[in-house]
Design a protein around this ligand. Structure first.
Ligand code: SAH
Ligand code: SF4
Length: 361
């Protein structure tokens, strides 16, 4: 390995800083050099977060969407998709099932679906928080500041709103009718409202350059996010990007690893997309900086219709909804499943019950 690269990695492990040029060089590494990057990220993860992997049970409660994102199978113009909406009672039942399984943390995700009013959602969150002892993450896309406030007041702890790409022109092209500027504004609102905030991006979007990925990583550092979902783009046959190639696993792992070097306390999931791309993807992500897994607890028959990209599915069929299955899976790679809500403590102490984590940066 060139001495320069070794020095860069040692400094990044110790100071969590990298210049644009250094990030660019790390993204171009291959073979043994890329492995050294993954090892450095794994070291930072072990040092700051230990061997614990947080499980977040995701419930995808509606696949209706008013948006028309060029990359996504749920886009409005995809007429081939069977649409569904779960009733609040069904969502509550799915959350209870997740809690009964042993999960302490649930994620409610959907397309952008205004059929659920803010009152509906706030009522649902309130009931979940009253009846079940779980942390609640929302991933519902763009909403007004007032809606975000109402949902936070109802008890939501976290909000996952990926910035998708740090290139404003690419963002506007891939997400018609929306802007990166507005998304960044929303991320600031969420932060102000006391949510633990998650952003993140896709790797391998058509029109994306290495330079864009450097900006993605620096943006995550700048925002000092508490979560970052980093996953490959996977083409969906019923979208305008059907013939574009998928993002590469290696590039995804490099972006993930560099993000870990810069953000030692941030929750970084081994995304479902990375597991979809390659059977070894999840394990490799967990050994390149990731410390979170998001098992899909969406009940049948809905789960198969949450077709954001093809090939999503449980790694070992039905078994993979179970907490015990994940305990075994993590033990096999020398890790253990975390018990508790998996909060990060911020300086303002806003998040109430904490598990001894420090601020992400
Ligand atoms: N509607 C909400 C949440 C559902 S989409 C939202 O857009 O925020 C959740 C995530 O799926 C998006 O943030 C995007 O990064 C990812 N996604 C969508 N289409 C994808 C594709 N073709 N390949 C990989 N990830 C995709
Ligand atoms: Fe809708 Fe989200 Fe898919 Fe865009 S990415 S079409 S907002 S579900």
């Amino acid at each position: 390995m060139p001495v320069e690269l070794a020095v860069t990695l040692i400094r990044a492990v110790n100071t969590h800083t990298l210049t644009r040029e250094e990030i660019d060089a790390l993204l171009q590494t291959e073979g043994e050099q890329a492995k050294a990057l993954y090892r450095a990220a794994d070291q930072v993860r072990a040092e700051h977060l230990g061997e614990e992997v947080h499980l977040r049970a995701i419930i995808e409660f509606s696949n209706y969407c008013v948006r028309n994102c060029l990359y996504c199978g749920l886009r409005r113009d995809n007429r081939l998709l069977t649409r569904y909406r779960m009733a609040p009672e069904e969502i509550l039942a799915a959350a209870r099932q997740a809690r009964d399984e042993g999960y302490w943390s649930i994620v409610l995700q959907s397309g952008e679906d205004p059929a659920y009013t803010v009152d509906d959602l706030a009522g649902l969150i309130q009931r979940i928080k009253e009846k079940l002892d779980v942390a609640v993450t929302l991933s519902l896309g763009d909403r007004s500041r007032d809606d975000y406030r109402r949902l936070r007041d109802a008890g939501a702890n976290r909000y996952l709103l990926k910035h998708e790409t740090a290139d404003p022109a690419l963002f506007a092209r891939l997400r018609p009718g929306t802007t990166l500027e507005r998304r960044l504004q929303e991320l600031r609102w969420l932060e102000e409202l006391g949510y633990q905030v998650g952003a993140g991006n896709m790797i391998g979007l058509p029109g994306q350059t290495v330079e864009t990925l450097v900006s993605d990583i620096l943006l995550l550092k700048d925002l000092c996010v508490e979560m970052a979902g980093i996953g490959p783009f996977i083409p969906h046959p019923d979208t305008p990007l059907a013939t574009s190639p998928a993002g590469s696993l290696e590039m995804t792992l490099k972006v993930l690893a560099i993000t870990r070097l810069l953000l030692p306390h941030t929750h970084l999931p081994a995304t479902t997309a990375v597991a979809t791309l390659d059977p070894a993807g999840r394990r490799r992500a967990l050994q390149a900086g990731a410390n979170v897994v998001m098992p899909d607890l969406t009940p049948a028959p809905y789960r198969q219709h949450y077709d954001i990209y093809p090939g999503r599915g449980r790694p070992a069929g039905e078994g993979a909804a179970s907490f015990a299955w994940w305990e075994r899976e993590m033990a096999a790679i020398g890790r253990k499943v975390a018990i508790g809500y998996g909060h990060i403590l911020r300086d303002d102490g806003f998040h109430g019950v904490v598990d001894g984590h420090r601020r992400p940066c």
